[in-house]
Design a protein around this ligand. Structure first.
Ligand code: SF4
Length: 212
């Protein structure tokens, strides 16, 4: 599975020379097309439209493309951030990519974590840092905002945390979602995450922007 270097997937773009945006050092963001959720204020709504991708790419082609910044990655401790869309559902691609990539590259996954466990198991040996947008831990708020259930998210988070040292490698983003949650809801999410042992929480506010 992981040696399929010809696995071609749709992407919405590759952005180079990102500094201190996501992940450490200089990073290149690879944004996949496709997502398991339907967030009301999705900033990358093109990743939800069937024809919203810019091109398709294989792991070997992506290596060739991002290798141009190898020296930046090595000098700054940076590397590749996989986002989207939902990168976790592209685990086969990321697995094949990481087997080809220099082992020094720092790999970050920007995810909503609403993906089948087998994807996370496949990604575990490769990912150094997880940036997890939890939305809201309240299942009713989560369902109203994303159209989906969050039970799998919370189970996946607990599973990740069952690995030694994992809490240090996870940043959980806790958004204020206009019209969907309140400050009190955000505080409840924070308390839930504190109780799980999450030490890095990034609280912020979504822009109110209804999808068409
Ligand atoms: S998880 Fe991200 S990409 Fe997916 S629908 Fe929500 S905001 Fe959009």
């Amino acid at each position: 599975m992981g040696d399929d270097h010809n696995n071609r997937v749709p992407i919405i773009g590759v952005a180079r020379h990102r500094l201190a945006v996501d992940g450490q050092g200089v990073t290149t963001l690879v944004a996949f097309h496709g997502c398991t959720l339907r967030c009301r204020y999705c900033l990358n709504a093109q990743c939800l439209r069937a024809n919203g991708f810019s091109r398709t790419i294989t792991p070997a082609e992506l290596i060739d493309e991002v290798m141009i910044d190898n020296l930046y990655f090595l000098a700054t401790g940076g590397g590749i951030t996989f986002g989207g869309g939902e990168p976790a559902i592209r685990s086969e691609f990321i697995d094949a990519f990481c087997r080809l990539a220099p082992s020094e590259w720092h790999i970050t996954l920007e995810t909503a974590l609403n993906a089948d466990r087998h994807h996370l198991e496949r990604l575990l040996p490769h990912v150094h840092q997880y940036i997890i947008d939890i939305k809201d831990v309240n299942p009713d708020i989560y369902r109203r905002y994303t159209g989906h259930d969050n039970q799998r998210v919370l189970e996946n988070l607990r599973w990740l945390l069952s690995h030694d040292g994992m809490a240090e490698r996870i940043v959980v983003r806790v958004p204020h979602i206009p019209d969907y949650n309140t400050d009190a809801d955000v505080n409840r999410s924070r308390e839930y995450l504190d109780a799980l042992g999450i030490c890095h929480i990034d609280e912020f506010t979504y822009r109110r922007m209804e999808r068409e």
